[in-house]
Design a binder for this molecule. Sequence first.
Ligand code: ADP
Ligand code: MG
Length: 602
Amino acid sequence: MPIFEECEKQLNGRVLPGCTETLIAKRYFVQQRLGRGSFGTVYLVLDKKAKDEEKLKVLKEIPVGELNPNETVQANQEAQLLSKLDHPAIVKFHASFLEKESFCIITEYCEGKDLDCKIQECKKNGENIGESQVVEWFIQLLLGVNYMHERRILHRDLKAKNIFLKNNLLKIGDFGVSRLLMGSCDLATTFTGTPYYMSPEALKHQGYDSKSDIWSLGCILHEMCCLEHAFTGYSFVSVVIKIVEGETPSLPNHYSSDLNLLMNRMLNKDPALRPGAGDILQTIYIQEQLQEVKWKLYGASQNDKTLICQRDADQIMKAVQRKFHLQTLRELSEVQKMTPRERMRLRKLNAADEKAKRLKQLAEEKYQENQRRMQELRSRNFQRHSIDVLHAPDAPNHLLQSGPAGARHCQSNDQQNEHEQIPDRLCVSEPTDRVIPEDPRVADEYYKDGFDSCSEDSEEDADEEENSDYESQTIQTTYEQDSDVKAMVLKLKDVLASSCFDTEAATMVTPSIPASSRLINDTMVQTKLQRMKESAVQSMGKKTYNKVYNFLRSARQTNRSEEEVKQYLETLVSRSSECFIVDQILYLEEELQAVCSKTDKA
Ligand code: ADP
Ligand code: MG
């Protein structure tokens, strides 16, 4: 039950011009309930300590039950890190605190709709999103994702509903929040992720890393172009099967083959062959588009006099410029006009490019080799078409049997062995992301000098000082400090770290403190399951829900065929796809049960 229930009654859904009586954490007045998410309730609040243009903020209230002191300290440390990050394509994380038995997060308010709403709107009006708009938004998302990945922070739930529009600029919400709330155990990924966007490796319990975020981003790119999910199906299990072993979708012909190719690379089933956000930003196609976006944003920032819009457009432009500047440096024929520092950067850039080219060629060869092997395997295993999408190498037996619709054995033993046999050389292609330390505190240490404090505390200090230059200072410190030289060093580090033989680079980013052992928060799991159930009951009625639930549960146990399941469901509801959520509830319950019995045994 929301802790701010009294406020809701007072507000009755309206935005009040003044403030309500309830003051939270001595500074936030609840204005309006904005919506409910999978784990909590979201409110619009008025921050009495903020400057005019930043007064409206969002408060997310997530019931977590009673946290033990360790969990509280850990959550606070991670929140500290998140509050220090600042990027125009990321919804700003301002602060977090505990209030009664809820974890509260204060973030930037995005008054525009989310990308999912925008897509639905286009679909309803029979409109497409043109390639230039898609690419402009996609570049913004890439810059945001790259910024976070460079800091070793994963999203784990990238989806159109977590992307907001603000002055036609996109902002990614909830970045890093999953880990903050749930740690990084396997189950946390299962519970956080949204099925349509989940990568094959996440579904197969083979680990989640930055490439899994790239998969989700590929799904979002597909959705922007086709106004449909990349992988669809009437049931949860059928979507999972498509993700794990279905064909990679293509974009309609009116989108360029470059964009289609890029999306295909992002949706490669093998995470090692998926490009990272930084790699994508370096592709010729994206580099060409960067210039266009730069001028477009420049124009927007000149014409629009809204301070916030100008600030965001400026910041995106600077981020784009930073990427672009490195490229134009190469083209400078008058090398002597360069400063010694620029010349040094150019030399390093060229050396890095050479190395990247060699590695790319190697990866390309490896890819072709793998394709050949896959082809061979496919023809060898042609008969074995039943796939267990939920098969995990070390999953308990009952999990291996789960899944209606004849979902069996996602990878044959041959395939798995084949995968294991891939020689080390393959690691050369892109192992960087495989060694990303999951713990953002390690990244905080590593990138210490790159972070400028923008936390609520510093804001408070600034408040006290009545610093009128706050706006410009934020832009200056965050974007100028993160200088070209540092970006160059990071680029070099990335390329150097992609060598399997370079153990030094690998240890440099290995966590010095153990990854979080925090288990998934029980209250949050229950809240999520409860909400899913409420939503299913609301759409089909309690009686039908119970029938569907019981039927699907026994169908999972007895391995009924997909067609059989579908036919029976259609006697209960008008479209079997309405039961998707029930299928998902069963999946999550099974996952939870498996972990509980594992823990009990341990
Ligand atoms: P989910 O679990 O699906 O990610 P959230 O808890 O993040 O849901 O958000 C619930 C709803 O609150 C969203 O659908 C959106 O309408 C609204 N919302 C969340 N964050 C913001 C924000 N920063 N600005 C404006 N609205 C937001
Ligand atoms: Mg969200």
